[in-house]
Design a binder for this molecule. Structure first.
Ligand code: DAH
Length: 343
């Protein structure tokens, strides 16, 4: 008797389950079949009237149909949820999660990388990093640097002029006067920046390039301080001991002025085609700041002296990364630039 009833219940459940097409219908079915007042609870009550010897078997049958129903409901619930999600995905037009994600992360420009690296090194040696505009006036770019009007040194620094008489700075030295006036002495500062010159471009010349100027002003500053700081910085940038040498060089804003060479990175100083067999590479003009420049910057020249250097950041990046053509920097070529992942 009990067996037939259980079979009938199974059949009824199976047919009603196939009609349950929504989570709500399924929940109603669960309550109807497994709830407090349901065919299953009725069967449990009827168990009382079953003869003793059949009770155990009947009890087991009721329990197993009960768990069958519960399991079928849970499974159908999962299926309905998955179908609902799929329907949502199909109807959503903007976002298609089945498309492969192509993650294209950008990379820093090699000039940015080298600039940050050199900045870190100078910061660790007590220098501050200063900013300065790219559009400057004649006074800051030339006059305050001991380059009066009609001085021949201006010929090498032709640039782009704006109608109001201002110009695009030809060198980071243009900030020297402003920074001396801002801080006074003693002073240690570097100021990286983009510079411009009206020049025909080739593999070594660009109309737009980057420099990093540095000045240190204090009592008893001499050329040995200059050599020490440059050697320390360059040895860190190139991660090896770098030898430097100074040759005389002329720049109106320093006296004496120098060209600083470093031992060739390829041959280590023995001579090779890269250094034209000299063992040295020209890297950075520098010198002791001219008293006229200090005075214009409001510095007491009786008490203080200082050195300055104009590091070619673009040139340094070419050396460090082995870039042969300066025009690659501004080419916007992702193939070239994406090789410089920040680390
Ligand atoms: N401003 C110079 C240039 O771009 C480079 C330079 C030379 C900077 C000597 C300096 C220096 O600070 O001492 O040609």
């Amino acid at each position: 008797m009990m067996k037939e009833k259980i079979e009938a219940l199974r059949a009824r459940f199976a047919s009603e389950l196939s009609d349950a097409k929504t989570p709500e219908a399924l929940e109603a079915l669960r309550v109807a079949f497994l709830g407090k007042k349901s065919p299953v609870s009725d069967l449990m009550s009827e168990l009382r009237n079953v003869p003793k010897e059949e009770k155990a078997e009947a009890g087991q049958l009721i329990n197993s149909v009960k768990s069958e129903i519960a399991e079928a409901i849970a499974k159908t619930g999962d299926k309905l949820k998955a179908e609902a999600l799929l329907a949502e995905i199909r109807s959503a037009k903007k976002y298609n999660p089945t498309l492969p994600r192509r993650k294209k992360s950008g990379s820093y420009h090699p000039i940015t990388l080298i600039q940050r690296e050199v900045e870190e090194i100078f910061i660790s040696m007590g220098f501050t990093v200063e900013d300065y505009p790219e559009i400057v006036d004649d006074y800051h770019c030339f006059e305050a640097l001991n380059i009066p009007k009609h001085h021949p040194a201006r010929d090498m620094q032709d640039t782009y002029y704006i109608e109001n008489g201002q110009l695009l700075k030809t060198h980071t030295s243009a900030a020297q006067n402003h920074i001396m006036r801002k801080y006074g002495a003693p002073l240690r500062a570097i100021f990286p920046g983009r510079c411009f010159r009206n020049e025909a471009t080739d593999a070594c010349h660009e109309n737009t390039f980057f420099q990093m100027e540095g000045i240190m002003i204090d009592e008893n500053i001499s050329i040995s301080n200059l050599i020490y700081f440059m050697k320390s910085m360059l040895s860190e940038v190139f991660r090896r001991d770098i030898n430097v040498r100074l040759r005389p060089g002329f720049f109106p804003f320093v006296e004496p002025g120098f060209e600083l060479d470093i031992s060739c990175l390829i041959c280590g100083g023995n001579g090779c085609p890269s250094c034209k067999n000299s063992g040295w590479l020209e890297l950075c003009p520098c010198g002791m700041i001219h008293p006229n420049v200090l005075r214009d910057g409001g510095i007491d020249t009786e008490r203080y002296s200082g050195f300055a250097f104009g590091l070619g950041l673009t040139r340094l990046a070419m050396m460090k990364y082995g870039i042969k053509d300066i025009r690659d920097f501004n080419s916007g070529s992702l193939k070239a630039l994406s090789q410089f992942r920040s680390n």
